[in-house]
Design a binder for this molecule. Structure first.
Ligand code: ZN
Length: 65
């Protein structure tokens, strides 16, 4: 058993990733997960903009308990 192989979990998909200098995508498992994570940031910003653009729908007032 070689304990020097350190692994981390990809923050995106939870897959275990070998933490090595060769892995330029660390802590992600792949370029795709890294890009998805960066994309999620952009999508969040986009959502905020989209929400502001939406008209207030106070007519749907059917939330009665
Ligand atoms: Zn991943």
């Amino acid at each position: 058993m070689n304990e020097k192989m350190r692994t981390v979990l990809c923050p995106r998909c939870g897959k275990s990733v070998v933490w090595s200098q060769a892995n330029t995508f660390r802590p992600f498992c792949s370029e795709r997960c890294k890009m998805i994570d960066l994309g999620a940031w952009a999508a969040e910003e986009y959502n905020l903009i989209a929400e502001e653009d939406q008209p207030l729908s106070e007519e749907t007032n059917s939330t009665q308990h």
